[in-house]
Design a protein around this ligand. Structure first.
Ligand code: CO
Length: 499
């Protein structure tokens, strides 16, 4: 695989990549591995990089000849890559959810998926079956002594951080009610109030929406215990996948979106396929005061937000009397229609993700919008030590081209002040997933560290771990992964002393 190069000789797509190279990543994970040492194909693994890189994503895509309708409906499969003195060992396990166990036994889909997968058998059997299949496939984080596999519409599954064995659905020591939503996007406050914390939320939605904001201890004897929580009610339906934090605020963007449950109830569509943008209505920022901040106990504040649809935020920070929040905006909610095959999706027909900056003036309530880049991107992060604070650098996955939509093929380091970029490209035949930036412990330089990313090599039909140097994205190492992993979702890094 080259780090650059044109794709003119590859057939099959006006965007310059081969659709089969991309879609061939979508296959069932058939094997679970224990402590396999990874083979280094190229380069060297830094000896000072010690800890574990956890990833989550769909691992079961087909049963008895039936394919899921959308990759987001695939059962969660956890990967752990343990780094120790230049050697990386590999584990992977499916999360033993109730539905996974039942469907493994039955050899077919018994539940509907939120993104349109139907259960096996006659279509009519889907009508009025409103059971939620918690597939635990979106993110994986460590809280206290447990690993949590997260899926936002229901509770987390607890796992052993070393063996990845599933302990079961967790209510976090009685904190969560049965089937209570618990976001897949916690934010790790690096120490805005002396100690690091995990801040997260759950949302209950309908004509009115309630956000439960929770802050957890992440260090010391009581790591994993709740520090504070609050509940706030807002008017309107809310689809909140992610949020952002600053020392004083938790920031949510309520997309201008509608939910018509009828096709879901009738079994024609998955719940998420019933979401539709409301182009004439304004999106809103909902700002909830954090409990240890200057505005604690005050009511939330509401501001207009730019139109479009947002899954993910990059970061937020406070400056004078303003909140700055960087987010990835789509023109509309991207969906796979009921008669479409996700593996054949035409990227030209889907909206691209564009990084924009919003400056919310808390005194005047004015909101200024600024496009940071025209390039299609996803999965963006700053150095975790600067979560909620002003950061100069960001790392993200982007399409190969500078404009227009396309599969994610490049890693980009973007300077948010000078608007300059560095790239590492897996194109023409490789595809990237979410990059995770790991700062060098011994350094105080913001961009000093590494970027870890799992890629799909469409030429070799192989998943690989790529390690880049985070300052200039120069290549550090490529390692062979012994199983093929479908394009995944989110992951996290845990330093060895926190394991
Ligand atoms: Co996400």
């Amino acid at each position: 695989m080259s780090q650059s190069g044109r794709t003119d000789d590859l057939p099959g797509n006006s965007l310059g990549f081969n659709q089969e190279d991309w879609s061939s990543a979508y296959c069932n994970v058939e094997r679970e591995c224990t402590n396999l040492t990874l083979k280094i194909i190229k380069g060297e693994v830094p000896k000072e990089l010690n800890g574990t890189f956890y990833k989550n994503g769909p691992g079961k895509l087909e049963r008895n000849g039936q394919w899921i309708h959308h990759p987001f409906d695939g059962d969660g499969m956890i990967t752990s890559l343990n780094f120790k003195n230049g050697i990386v060992s590999f584990n992977n396990r499916f999360v033993r959810t109730k539905a996974w166990e039942e469907e493994e036994k039955a050899g077919k889909f018994l539940y509907r998926g939120v993104f349109g997968t139907k259960k096996s058998g006659l279509g009519i059997s889907n009508a009025f079956d409103l059971r939620l299949k918690n597939i635990a496939n979106t993110n994986v984080i460590k809280l206290g002594n447990k690993l949590l596999a997260l899926w936002e519409a229901a509770g987390p599954h607890a796992l052993d951080p070393n063996s990845l064995e599933t302990y079961g659905l967790s209510n976090l020591d009685g904190l969560l009610a049965s089937n209570e939503a618990f976001s897949a996007h916690p934010r790790f406050d690096p120490g805005h109030f002396t100690e690091p914390r995990m801040v997260t939320f759950g949302v209950k939605t309908g004509p009115k929406s309630t956000i439960r904001l929770m802050e957890f201890k992440t260090q010391g004897d009581n790591a994993g215990s709740l520090i504070s929580e609050r509940k706030d009610n807002f008017n309107g339906f809310a689809f909140l996948h992610d949020f952002a934090i600053t020392p004083n605020w938790a920031i949510f963007l309520q997309n201008a979106i509608n939910f018509n449950p009828l096709p879901f109830i009738l079994g024609q569509k998955g719940a998420a396929q019933c979401l539709k943008s409301k182009p004439k209505e304004k999106a809103k920022f909902w700002l909830i005061p954090r409990d240890s901040g200057d505005f604690c106990k005050q009511s939330p504040r509401i501001f207009d937000a730019p139109s479009g649809f947002v899954f993910h935020h990059l970061n937020a920070y406070e400056e004078d009397k303003s909140i700055i929040v960087d987010s990835i905006f789509y023109k509309d909610f991207p969906t796979i229609k009921p008669n479409e095959d996700f593996r054949k999706v035409n990227f030209n027909n889907l909206p691209e993700g564009i990084l924009k900056r919003c400056r919310i003036n808390l005194l005047t309530a004015e909101v200024y919008e600024d496009k940071l880049s025209n390039q299609c991107c996803e999965f963006a992060m700053v150095n975790p030590k600067l979560q909620g604070l002003s950061a100069q650098y960001s790392w993200m996955a982007t399409a190969e081209e500078e404009t227009g939509n396309g599969p994610l093929q490049k890693i980009k380091k973007f300077d948010l002040i000078n608007r300059k970029s560095h790239f590492w490209s897996a194109a023409p035949r490789g595809f990237v997933s979410e990059p995770v930036m790991v700062p060098k412990k011994s350094s105080i330089i913001e961009d000093d560290g590494w970027v870890l990313v799992l890629i799909w090599n469409g030429e070799l039909k192989q998943t690989q771990l790529v390690i880049l140097n985070s300052n200039n994205l120069s290549h550090q190492a490529t390692l062979e992964i012994p199983i093929n992993i479908p394009h995944g979702l989110h992951g996290s890094w845990v330093n060895s002393e926190e394991l």
